[in-house]
Design a protein. Structure first.
Length: 400
């Protein structure tokens, strides 16, 4: 009977083939004592002796720095459940939609395998997970899931394993070692701008909610911010809208996503008149009543408003050239309109409720550049053309 392993270095061993007694190429193990003093055997992720030595040295260095490293029998699914229960991001606890999204990803992509031929990643012991396991998992996700879902699944797993490393259950996050080609590829679809004739046609075909569509196009508010407005937030005398909260998907008021979202938005006279007519026609006109509500005074449902918008776009026959049209297209159209009229980035940023002007520039840099340089480019081209004509003189065809 052959031994399981043979020593090849200080606490480093190479795996032995049980049948032949030969060393298995690229299979190394090492041992160390964890935070509790228990001896731990671990399979090296690398396939060389040097890599195994480096992995062990990294663990020992972390132990010397006081990091907690403890062997655990938890599976990836067990850790995922603890991560979900913790439910926090970089700054605060997740919002309900974020929690629901992550729960769905864990259930669909970690608790079950998208590829019936592969064992669910959640069933694998945390200590046994390798980079190759994750690469195979992401590959299966990319083959069987929508690109956005595959990308989100890897984001969730990365956070789960980072949480495990923080708890000391693994010495490093294997997701960090994925090659670029092993990660799901996803290019966000460009969001089209809806303005001008297309906007008018869409409003003409809106069976309901045309008022809120027009309001969004000329206020730049996010849909949650618009749905959260009460009549007390509309100040026609000073021509501003005071944005200080939003409506959740459960149709109750909640705080804005960032402090920068709290702002005063300029109200055009025509939009003020639109809101006045909407109030006159409404049965809910008290200061604390919602501006946009159903017949019972309750806030509108996000999904239904979005569905009606898409139907109006379809009925209007608006061509998008492959770009995505959504309610956010109205916000992009509003920003485009401000930029085209020469308003600076700081003002546009405040109107949109961005955290800082850099965010605005990252989204609309091409529009600012076009607005700033288009006139100068036309003048320069005109001057160059005039100079060229004056130097060359009349053409031979014009000569007597």
């Amino acid at each position: 009977m052959h031994p399981r392993r043979v020593r090849v270095g200080a606490s480093i061993y190479q795996r032995i083939d049980a049948k032949t007694g030969n060393r298995v190429p690229g299979k190394f193990e090492f041992c160390y004592r964890d935070t509790t003093g228990r001896q731990v055997w671990q399979t090296a992720e690398g396939d060389t002796l040097a890599a195994a030595k480096g992995e062990r040295a990294e663990i020992l260095a972390r132990l010397r720095l006081g990091h907690r490293i403890e062997r655990t029998q938890l599976t990836v699914a067990d850790v995922a459940e603890q991560w979900l229960e913790r439910g926090t991001g970089q700054k605060d606890r997740w919002q309900p939609p974020t929690t629901e999204r992550y729960e769905r990803i864990v259930r669909r992509c970690i608790g079950h395998s998208p590829d019936p031929g592969l064992r669910p990643l959640g069933a694998v012991k945390l200590s046994d997970v390798t980079v190759d396991d994750i690469a195979a998992w992401t590959g299966a996700n990319e083959r069987t899931l929508a690109p956005t879902t595959a990308k989100l699944a890897l984001i969730a797993l990365n956070q789960i394993l980072r949480f495990a490393a923080r708890q000391g259950w693994i010495h490093a996050n294997p997701v960090d070692r994925l090659e670029a080609g092993e990660k799901p590829r996803w290019t966000p679809q460009k969001t089209a701008i809806l303005e001008g004739d297309d906007l008018r046609r869409m409003l003409d075909h809106a069976r309901r909610h045309s008022t809120i569509f027009e309001f969004l196009a000329y206020s730049g508010l996010r849909i949650g911010e618009a749905l959260g407005l009460c009549w007390a937030d509309i100040d026609p005398e000073n021509s501003v809208i005071r944005v200080h909260r939003q409506l959740s998907r459960d149709r109750v008021h909640k705080q804005l996503k960032t402090p920068a979202g709290r702002r005063e938005v300029v109200l055009a006279p025509a939009v003020a008149q639109l809101l006045l007519e909407h109030r006159v026609a409404s049965s809910h006109t008290r200061p604390d009543d919602l501006v946009f509500s159903n017949s019972k005074g309750r806030g509108l449902d996000y999904r239904r408003v979005g569905d009606d918008f898409r139907q109006a776009v379809k009925d209007a026959g608006i061509a998008t050239n492959g770009d995505r049209l959504s309610l956010h297209s109205l916000r992009h159209g509003y920003a485009s309109m401000l930029i085209a009229h020469g308003l600076n980035v700081a003002f546009v940023s405040r109107q949109l409720g961005h955290a800082n002007p850099n965010v605005t520039l990252s989204v609309y840099a091409h529009l600012f550049e076009q607005a700033e340089h288009a006139a100068a480019a036309r003048q320069a081209l005109e001057a160059s053309h005039a100079l060229m004509v004056s130097v060359s003189g009349p053409s031979s065809a014009d000569s007597p």
